[in-house]
Design a protein around this ligand. Structure first.
Ligand code: CO8
Length: 261
């Protein structure tokens, strides 16, 4: 009889409007092998298209969010093999989710794991969480966006300090430099992420998606272009029922009922 093994990525529904994606390779500190990355891309795409899900939590276990790309799967690979694996396309799919994604980080978020957290929109970290881009220590560099997203998140000089040494970053250091949104007691990281996701899920989804799009696209644009994008987005939201409902409810002093229309 073949043993039944648990999927390396689990998709859960912990609360109304909330999807949760759990990396589940505890014996390998949640190292991101190809199967994990394909499943992450698949679940994020599906949840991104599911109208009943309005906010997504991504998490691992108490020891690791993810300890990076799977070194054992890469050690013997050549250039063409790496190209054919197409992992850059999976990273792009993961980063393209239109809905807010909260990373709930306990334990290690290293290399590709830190990069995965940085594709998320909010990073909640347990007090004992450790971040880092240690790739230089094994003869490579970050390949999932670390050389680009880390300096954008924390500035050139802090980013260089960690990218060039591979030193790990404590939760407090990460919070102080702007890589972490909030620090939570280790045992409460997932619970806090779900509560925050519920709070976001209760808000009008069209407005929420526009915030995400304006912030992310605006970061790559000139201030003028970003401001123009924001102006178009707010004008467009005046075509939504949720704008009428949100403002009417405020004036009538009642709780709004948002429909996503
Ligand atoms: N890959 C494969 N296996 C891993 C990884 C990993 N990244 N991390 C841990 N494991 C495995 C260990 O080999 C070990 O397996 P086994 O029990 O079979 O020996 C098991 O997980 C437990 O690990 P440890 O005994 O080392 O656990 P510790 O708690 O002592 O240490 C650490 C945890 C600090 C996380 C340590 O395991 C570590 O340093 N891991 C490697 C971290 C790292 O270097 N990450 C960067 C990887 S490279 C990368 O992410 C590049 C991304 C580019 C992607 C794009 C490609 C195109």
């Amino acid at each position: 009889m073949t043993a039944v093994t648990a999927p390396v990525v689990l998709a859960e529904r912990p609360a109304e409007g909330v999807g949760l994606i759990r990396i589940n390779r505890p014996d390998a500190r949640n190292a991101l092998n190809l199967e994990v990355r394909k499943l992450l891309a698949k679940h994020l795409t599906e949840m991104g298209e599911d109208p009943s899900i309005r906010c997504i939590v991504m998490t691992g276990n108490e020891k690791a969010f993810a300890a990076g790309a799977d070194i054992k799967e890469m050690v013997g690979a050549g250039t063409i093999e790496m190209l054919l694996r197409g992992t850059h396309k999976l990273w792009r799919t993961i980063g393209a989710c239109p809905k807010p994604v909260i990373a709930a980080v306990s334990g290690f978020a290293l290399g590709g794991g830190c990069e995965l957290a940085m594709t998320c929109d909010i990073i909640l970290a347990g007090e004992g969480a450790r971040f880092g881009q240690p790739e230089v220590k094994i003869g490579i560099i970050p390949g999932g966006g670390g050389t680009q997203r880390l300096p954008r998140a924390v500035g050139k000089y802090k980013a260089m300090r960690y990218l060039l040494t591979g030193d790990l970053i404590s939760a407090k250091e990460a919070f102080d430099m702007g890589l972490v949104s909030e620090i939570v007691p280790d045992a409460e990281v997932e619970k806090r992420a779900i509560t925050m996701a519920q709070q976001i899920a209760d808000l009008p989804p069209l407005a929420i998606e526009q915030v995400k799009e304006c912030v992310l696209r605006g970061m790559d644009a000139s201030l003028d272009t970003g401001l123009a994008l924001e102006t178009k987005a707010i004008q467009m939201l005046f075509a939504s029922q949720d704008q009428k409902e949100g403002m009417a409810a405020f004036i009538e002093k009642r709780k709004p009922k948002f429909t996503g229309r």
